[in-house]
Write a protein of this length. Structure first.
Length: 87
């Protein structure tokens, strides 16, 4: 179970396509992760439930968290194999 005590943020994606590609990369390399979603237009401290319509229409930040023990491995993976450009 991911908690603030045993995990670290790795990367923040800003589109469904980007977060999907990163999920594939992490899964392919056997790195467990959790994703925290945040509506970038919502006021600080206010976290509404994110509906599918909201995910498609709003500016959402997808923050990937990994276990502390896997953080360096995941960071090295991103440095060598990750590249994202909006199309």
């Amino acid at each position: 179970m991911f908690t603030s005590f045993n995990s670290l943020p790795l990367y923040t994606a800003h589109s469904l396509e980007e977060q999907g590609a990163l999920r594939e990369l992490l899964e392919k390399n056997g790195i467990e992760y959790s994703v925290s979603l945040r509506d970038m237009n919502a006021p600080e401290g206010f976290y509404p439930a994110l509906s599918p319509e909201l995910l498609l229409t709003q500016n959402i930040a997808y923050t990937f968290l990994v276990y502390k023990k896997d953080w360096q491995k995941a960071k090295d993976l991103l440095n060598t194999q990750w590249h994202w450009e909006e199309e």
